[in-house]
Design a protein around this ligand. Structure first.
Ligand SMILES: O=C(O)CCC(=O)C(=O)O
Length: 283
């Protein structure tokens, strides 16, 4: 059934995205912010050390390391694989209810990340891309991205900028561009094209709001011109009846979060490896 109204569902299929207000309450938001801080300050198993990824500008020494290590982070990858509090984010009930309205009730969650935007670092840009470049499913429309800011987000601090209706496009070729974080691939011919920037809109959102977006939707995030953190929980969900069309998908370590599974569909992975290798599926 799901929790979204017909107007919200129509908007998603027309525009490629929908914002669902207040899926998390202030206590939940504080809980995740505090947990991320603990992880940033060292509360993680040794095997997860490579899951804490510094922004390239700090990793390469372009900018001096801040005293507080949390200020240098780009993201905590796969935090659900080593932290029980973060693992709860695969099953936020209001998110699952909304997602069910769009891609059905049989759901696998994968690729959970806690993403920062380092305070005062305007150059920390994530270029325009389509998430479908990383993982191809059949049918692709039964997979979507979930993006939940835990701080207020706006054009000033790295809110998500999206190109409405771009989910109707094919998946562009994606390339690694110099100066951007490793693995933050760019859709070829988009980031440097003023046309896309003019058509794009930046989604100002409140902490605990949730953006659901089609995996072909072009999106980017700018740098953070404020001195405060911009922190986000993000993950993806796919209907468990989907077929994988690329060899690398099992690395995403699907977690079954609602409904049933299907023979020949996506398989839950009990103990996914800590490390996820970013590989593009050949097409
Ligand atoms: O939160 C961000 O800065 C961008 C996240 C994003 O687009 C992604 O991980 O695909």
């Amino acid at each position: 059934m799901g929790s979204l109204s017909k107007a919200q569902i129509d908007r998603y299929w027309e525009e490629g995205y929908v914002v669902v207000p207040s899926v998390l309450d202030p206590d939940q938001i504080s809980r995740y912010l505090e947990q991320a801080r603990k992880i940033a300050l060292g509360a993680f198993p040794e095997s997860a050390a490579n899951r804490l990824v510094k922004d390239i500008l700090f990793a390469k020494g372009t900018l001096p390391m801040p005293e507080d290590p949390e200020y240098a982070l780009w993201k905590i990858m796969n935090a659900d694989r080593f932290d029980p509090v973060m693992a709860e984010s695969l099953r936020f009930p209001r998110v699952l209810d909304a997602v069910e309205s769009l891609i059905g009730e049989d759901l696998m969650a994968f690729l959970m990340m806690f993403i920062y935007k380092p305070p005062g670092v305007e150059q920390a840009v994530h270029p325009f891309h389509q998430d479908a470049a990383y993982f191809m499913f059949q049918p692709q429309d039964k997979c979507l991205g979930v993006w939940i800011p835990l701080d207020p987000v706006s054009e000033e601090n790295g809110a998500l900028t999206i190109v409405p209706r771009s989910h109707r496009l094919d998946v562009h070729k994606h390339i690694a561009k110099k100066g951007f974080n490793f693995g933050a691939l760019a859709a070829e011919g988009v980031e440097d094209n003023a046309d896309y920037h003019e058509r794009a809109i930046t989604l100002s959102m409140q902490p605990g709001d949730c953006l659901l977006f089609n995996t072909r939707l072009l999106h980017r995030s700018g740098g953070n011109r404020t001195m405060a953190h911009r922190r986000v929980i993000t993950l993806h969900m796919a209907n468990s009846s989907c077929k994988m069309t690329g060899p690398a998908l099992s690395e995403y370590g699907f977690t079954h979060v609602r409904g049933r599974t299907y023979p020949g569909g996506l398989e839950p992975v009990e103990n996914p490896e800590m490390k996820l290798v970013h590989r593009l599926v050949e097409r």
